[in-house]
Design a protein around this ligand. Structure first.
Ligand code: PLP
Length: 397
């Protein structure tokens, strides 16, 4: 029997998860599955991981009481400030964990996929830190849209390879990375960017991101005399920042877990990325989960203004939390997210990432009471989204 963190021993969360992979990937995935739990649980790994989270990434990230936002929504609202991490989002927690895992496994070459480039930058960063070769696959369309991040990765020493299949975005980059991994099983470690992919990736990525809720328990207790807020709100692309802030609270049933997906132009418009709302069970990138597909089971193209939420699947942990009712999943349009981004900026002086703005926009959809304590995960900062904010400005100011 395999040891795991919160999935069952085959990587399932209820009916979702598992490892649906071609025979040629089996050796790589089995090798990782055999060792990840014991390595991550070893004292040596934990010490190194914690040291880098503290001294390199800048953890713990603050828990900030947003006074003016609280007044506006009539509840006590706290922001978990993942935007203040090195490289600007929660992604660094995961890439530090996976690169240490790769080193313990004796791997010398790192590959990754990236959409907006945030995971690619976080991966290129830890590769520079460790002196390991780094290859990042990125859709050609995304490379054009996110040029500053391409330049950042190159400055960090990574090679960025364009994915030219499909509509040349995240899904296609992931396919290319998996192909690379098949061809280079000996020396290469694949650093996946969210709680997606074949088991054991969702399990180990959630574990690395669980530092967010570990800190929250302590920080909220210090400020409010309770570890448990009434609500925790986080955006869901693949679902890693949400999994991280939900993690320690999954069995604390009095805490409502709210995931927020990108509705794009609206869930009924066909231009959406709200997988839990419109998806059906299927298999994508090695795991069984909800995914957006047509009647023939072909994956349909997602759409959101936010590149980090623009994915046609969702981590199996969220498909399960939604199905069991433990998590409540809402969705927010491009427009609602832009409004929320301007609101936070003007009320609190914090420019959030477009992804995080989706979580903020859900505040207006909850029936909050004056006594409620709400924690919103600010997964990243908005520097990368300035172009979208500038284009939208006339509507909001
Ligand atoms: C990548 C990204 C996300 C979406 O990824 P999850 O795995 O769903 O967390 C959300 N926010 C920011 C800032 C990101 O960079």
């Amino acid at each position: 029997m395999n040891k795991t963190f919160i999935s069952d021993d085959k990587g399932y969360y209820g009916q979702y998860g598992g490892a649906f992979i071609p025979e040629m990937l089996r050796q790589n995935v089995e090798e990782l599955k055999a060792v990840y739990y014991d390595i991550i649980e070893s004292e040596e790994f934990r010490n190194e991981f914690n040291m880098l989270l503290t001294d390199y990434a800048g953890r713990p990230s603050p828990l900030f009481h947003a006074r003016r936002l609280s007044e506006k929504y009539g509840a006590s609202i706290y922001l978990k400030r993942e935007d203040l991490n090195h490289t600007g989002s929660h992604k660094i927690n995961n890439t530090i964990g996976q690169i240490l895992l790769a080193k313990k496994m004796g791997k010398t070459r790192i590959i990754a996929e990236t959409g907006a480039g945030q995971h690619g930058v976080a991966t290129a960063t830890v590769c520079a830190l460790m002196g390991l070769e780094c290859v990042v696959y990125m859709g050609e369309t995304d490379m054009a849209r996110q040029e500053p991040n391409v330049k950042r990765m190159e400055m960090l020493g990574a090679t960025v390879i364009p994915a030219r299949s499909g509509n040349k975005t995240l899904k296609d980059a992931t396919n290319e990375a998996l192909r690379d991994w098949i061809c280079n099983p000996e020396n290469t470690f694949y650093i996946i960017g969210s709680v997606v992919g074949p088991h054991p990736y969702p399990d180990l990525v959630a574990k690395f991101q669980s530092v967010i809720s570990e800190e929250l328990l302590i920080q909220l207790y210090a400020k409010e005399g309770t570890e448990d807020p009434d609500y925790i709100v986080a955006c869901v692309g693949g679902g890693s920042n949400a999994a991280g802030i939900f993690y320690k609270y999954i069995n604390r049933k009095n805490v409502k877990l709210i995931g927020v997906e990108a509705a794009g132009k609206g869930v009924d418009t066909g231009e959406t990325a709200a997988t839990i709302s419109v998806g059906e069970p299927g298999i994508i990138h090695g795991s069984k989960t909800l995914l957006m597909q047509n009647e023939d089971g072909q994956i349909t193209e997602p759409y959101s203004i936010s590149a980090g939420l623009d994915y046609p699947g969702v981590g199996p942990i969220h498909a399960w939390l939604a199905e069991t009712g433990r998590g409540l999943y809402l969705n927010v349009t491009d427009k609602e997210a832009l409004t929320a981004a301007y609101e936070l900026t003007r009320l609190e002086g914090i420019i959030p990432a477009l992804e995080s703005a989706h979580a903020l926009a859900a505040l207006g959809k909850l029936k909050l009471k004056q006594t409620d304590i709400v924690v919103v995960n600010i997964s990243g900062r908005g520097d990368k989204d300035m172009q979208a904010y500038i284009e939208a400005k006339s509507e909001f100011i």
